[in-house]
Design a protein around this ligand. Structure first.
Ligand code: MG
Length: 388
C-alpha cells in the first residue's frame, strides 16, 4: 500500500489521540500533514513535533495567536485559524484522507469542502451526518469521495457489508453497552450525579459522549448516522444491548442468518481499519483472550430506561431537520446535567419538549443549522423550567 497522508481534525480529543497512536504504529503506511483543533493548541505541540507536521489549524483565532507567539512549534510550521484555516488544513493538495473528529458543528464545513476536493473522509464526528447526512452523502457520491466510518459500530457494519449484495441484507443492528445504569433501579435514575454517569464500564471517552452512552442518546445519533452511511431506512435498523462491548454490530441477512463483528473495545481497531482498509496489519492494541470465558450477552433495550433512543428514532423517521434538533437539544441538556442544573432523567424531557415543538422542514445544511440554533434556544428554556 502506498503511504497515505492525513489531515487530522480534532487532534486534541479522544479519537485524535487514538489516531495518533495508530499512525505512530504504522509510519510506513501513514503520515500526518496537518493537525486541527478547536482551541487546545498546547495539546498539539508534542504530536506536531513527533510527526513533523507542517500545518496546524485552530478554529479559535485567539488560540492561534497564542500558539504562534509561544514559539513551541518547529520553525516554519504554519499556524492557520478559523473555519477557513481548518478548511485549508483539510484540503492541502498532499492530503489523501481527512480524519474528521471535531466535536460539535465546527467540522461540518471543512469536511464538506474536503469532500468537494475529492478527499476520502474517515468520519468520527457525529454532527456531520446527523446535521447534514443528505447533503454530505450526495456530495460524496458525486465526487467519488469515500466515507470511511471510524465509530466502532459503523466501522463494524462497513466491515460486515464488504462483498455482500444489497439484496442479501435484511437489517443492520448496532450494539450498545447500556451504560453504567443498565441494572440500576429505575426509580433511582433521577438521583444520578455527573460523576456516576462519567464512569463508563468499557470505553474511555469524553464527558459528553459518556453521558450520551448512559442515556443511549449516543445510540440514537448512531442510528441516524447509520441511516445515511448505509442508505438504510430507519425501520431496517436495530439496537441490541451488549454490555461487554466486544460485538460492535450485527448484520441480519435475508435468510435470517446473523453475522457479527467482534474485537476488543479499543478504538485503535476501527480507526486502523478506516485508515488502512483494505490492508489489515496487526493492530497496536490488546487482543481478545479466548482462554478466558467471554460471557457475551445480548439483551433488548428497555424503552422506559432509555427514552432518548425512541426519541432519536422518531426524529430519524420524521427526517428533515429533526435529527439536528434532537442533537442540539440533547447537547444543551447534557451540558446542564454536567453543570448540576438538570436531573439525569430530565435530559430526555428537555429533548422531548423541543422535538414536540419543532417541525421537520427540509434536510438542507442551512435548514439543519437553523434548526440547531432554534432547538438550543428552546432547550435552554426547557432546562430553565425543569431546573433542580
Ligand atoms: Mg459508537
Amino acid at each position: 500500500m502506498a503511504q497515505r497522508t492525513l489531515a487530522l481534525l480534532g487532534a486534541s480529543g479522544s479519537i485524535g489521540g487514538s489516531t495518533l497512536a495508530v499512525v505512530a504504529a504504522h509510519p510506513d503506511r501513514l503520515r500526518i500533514a496537518s493537525l486541527g483543533a478547536r482551541a487546545n493548541w498546547r495539546s498539539l505541540i508534542a504530536a506536531a513535533r513527533a510527526h513533523r507536521v507542517g500545518v496546524v489549524a485552530l478554529a479559535d483565532p485567539k488560540a492561534a495567536a497564542e500558539a504562534r507567539a509561544s514559539g513551541e512549534f518547529a520553525p516554519g510550521t504554519r499556524i492557520l485559524e478559523g473555519e477557513a484555516g481548518m478548511t485549508e488544513a483539510a484540503c492541502l493538495p498532499e492530503v489523501d484522507v481527512v480524519v474528521s473528529a471535531i466535536v460539535g458543528t465546527g467540522g461540518l464545513r471543512p469536511t464538506l469542502a474536503a469532500i468537494r476536493a475529492g478527499k476520502a473522509i474517515a468520519l468520527a464526528s457525529k454532527e456531520i451526518l446527523v446535521l447534514a447526512g443528505a447533503a454530505v452523502t450526495a456530495e460524496a457520491r458525486a465526487r467519488g469521495a469515500a466515507l470511511l466510518p471510524v465509530d466502532s459500530e459503523h466501522n463494524a457494519l462497513h466491515q460486515l457489508l464488504r462483498g455482500k449484495a444489497p439484496a442479501e441484507i435484511a437489517r443492520l443492528i448496532l450494539t450498545a453497552s447500556g451504560g453504567p445504569f443498565r441494572t440500576r433501579p429505575l426509580d433511582s435514575l433521577a438521583d444520578v450525579a455527573p460523576e456516576d454517569a462519567l464512569r463508563h464500564p468499557n470505553w474511555s471517552m469524553g464527558p459528553k459522549i459518556t453521558v450520551d452512552s448512559a442515556t443511549m442518546a449516543n445510540k440514537g445519533l448512531e442510528l441516524i448516522e447509520a441511516r445515511w452511511l448505509f442508505g438504510m431506512p430507519p425501520e431496517r435498523l436495530g439496537v441490541v444491548i451488549h454490555p461487554q462491548s466486544v460485538i460492535h454490530a450485527l448484520v441480519e441477512l435475508t435468510d435470517g442468518t446473523l453475522q457479527a463483528q467482534m474485537s476488543p473495545p479499543s478504538m485503535a481497531y476501527p480507526i486502523q481499519d478506516a485508515l488502512l482498509h483494505p490492508d489489515r496489519p496487526p493492530c497496536p492494541a490488546p487482543r481478545l483472550d479466548l482462554t478466558q470465558t467471554l460471557g457475551l450477552e445480548l439483551l433488548p433495550p428497555d424503552s422506559a430506561r432509555y427514552p432518548l433512543l425512541g426519541l432519536a428514532l422518531d426524529a430519524a423517521r420524521a427526517g428533515g431537520a429533526l435529527p439536528a434538533a434532537f442533537n442540539a437539544a440533547n447537547e444543551v441538556a447534557v451540558a446542564a446535567f454536567l453543570g448540576r442544573r438538570l436531573r439525569f432523567t430530565d435530559i430526555a424531557r428537555v429533548v422531548e419538549r423541543v422535538l414536540a415543538s419543532s417541525a421537520a422542514g427540509d434536510d438542507t445544511l442551512d435548514a439543519a443549522l437553523a434548526a440547531d440554533a432554534e432547538a438550543r434556544r428552546k432547550a435552554k428554556e426547557a432546562v430553565g423550567s425543569l431546573a433542580r
